[in-house]
Write a protein that binds this ligand. Structure first.
Ligand code: SF4
Length: 417
């Protein structure tokens, strides 16, 4: 039986696409293997959103060169955001790679459209479903629109059909993926929006929970907030990248909203969904970010108290507007200092938010085991660990929370549902 090996880095979109690609190969009779050396087909699913990610992809490709030389009969392919529409340069740099194909496309040497849709054969209880590709926004620092192209939404009926099948195969929770889910559907003939899609998905029997990533503050509408509040399967968890607390930096980033508009959006969400958990992303050390502007970000995070903050130090991505027009002029030591300050602030805030759950009962969906403990997440995306001798995988279980940390909760099962 031929063997395949898929190496994946990057966001949930890449992980979802790799899972689907693996399932596709299995339908063709391939078997997964955990090392490149044993594989007949190797696929690297790449990410270039940061320089460090791109470096890892290049290192991996360089490491595979010797293997391909020893075994020229193996198929070596690269997909993900390293691959743009012009592959000439990539083919020149890596002549030993057999195929480069764009993210979300079918492997060109295998295409068998009758096997669509590509669905994981044994999905995890909580599984990802891409609902759109690409982005129309062109934030000045971001490479995604250049690599994944313009927004293309999948139809509501296709997504509903797919999720029904995933539920038949064991999924209980889906996370809908798009670079900007708030613009879902505008390119479809009848222009459904994300709220319409959520309404349809909420009616699927056997599906327990629905999440979605990632929102854009300039595009999130009251209709969507209303849908989250109203639909019982839609989890009270929203990712809303702020990126900066400074209006000047937001403008240079070309984000399309002000800090005040962002603040008002958060207030609207919390007013309508009081139990909501909010996560955000911020970039520190953006070109010319002053200490004052950085402190504006610190102040925003202190004021809004997010459940989770993903913080990254700015690094230039060749091909973006920021790379062409802005000088990466904040020293690395200063970027690291700012990053650490935000991490420490967030650790304090998350410690306080999570501590309030001690003694409370939370419902989790069990997703797997880590060492000897079961692992699941609350509707608000808190990671929870507990011990139990039964097979709890895929079950909704109530947990009495005994211990908390900034990163996770621990407790014991009080009732199997
Ligand atoms: S919204 Fe901005 S940061 Fe997000 S994918 Fe699109 S261009 Fe990149």
């Amino acid at each position: 039986m031929p063997q395949y090996y898929i190496w994946t880095i990057g966001c949930q979109m890449n992980k979802a696409e790799s899972e689907r690609l693996g399932s596709y190969l299995e339908q063709l009779g391939y078997q997964a293997t955990d090392t490149a050396e044993k594989a007949d087909t190797i696929v690297l699913n790449s990410c270039v959103v940061r320089q460090s990610a791109e470096n890892r992809v290049i290192n991996k490709l360089n490491a595979l060169k010797a293997l391909k030389k020893r075994q020229p009969e193996i198929t070596l392919a690269v997909t993900g955001c390293l691959v743009n529409s012009k592959t000439d340069q990539l083919k020149y740099n890596f002549p030993y790679v057999d195929y480069f194909f764009k993210p979300g496309d079918y492997p060109p040497w295998l295409s068998k459209p009758e096997l669509t849709p590509l669905l994981p054969r044994h999905p995890s209880p909580s599984t990802y479903v891409p609902v759109m590709q690409g982005c129309n926004n062109f934030c000045s620092y971001c490479i995604v629109p250049y690599r994944r192209g313009r927004e293309r939404s999948r139809t509501v009926s296709e997504i509903v059909c797919e999720i029904k099948e995933l539920v038949n195969r064991g999924a209980r929770e889906v996370t809908l993926l798009g670079q900007n889910v708030d613009s879902y559907g505008h390119d479809l003939p009848d222009k459904p929006d994300l709220a319409d899609l959520l309404g349809e998905l909420n009616a699927i029997d056997g599906l327990a929970r629905i999440r979605f990533l990632t929102n854009h503050p300039k595009d999130m509408r009251p209709k969507l907030i209303e849908a989250i509040a109203r639909l019982d399967k839609v989890c009270e968890q929203i990712s809303l990248p702020a990126q900066s607390g400074s209006d000047d930096i937001l403008e240079t980033m070309r984000r399309g909203y002000t800090v005040e508009q962002y603040r008002q959006l958060v207030a609207e969400i919390r007013n309508r969904i009081p139990e909501v958990a909010l996560s955000t992303d911020v970039i520190v050390g953006f070109p010319s970010e002053t200490e004052y502007q950085f402190q504006e970000t610190v102040n925003l995070l202190t004021e809004l108290r997010f459940d989770t903050v993903h913080v990254a130090a700015y690094s230039t991505r060749p091909g973006t507007m920021a790379a062409r027009k802005l000088e990466d002029n904040i020293p690395l030591t200063e970027k690291k200092k700012r990053l650490t300050e935000i991490e420490q602030l967030q650790e304090r805030i998350a410690t306080e938010i999570n501590a309030r759950l001690t003694g409370k009962t939370v419902e989790i969906l069990v997703e797997g085991k880590t060492k000897d403990k079961w692992r699941g997440r609350t509707r608000t995306d808190k990671l929870v660990f507990f011990s139990n001798d039964n097979n709890c995988l895929g079950q909704l279980i109530n947990i009495s929370v005994e211990k908390t940390s900034p990163w996770s909760l621990q407790g014991k099962a009080v009732k199997l549902k």
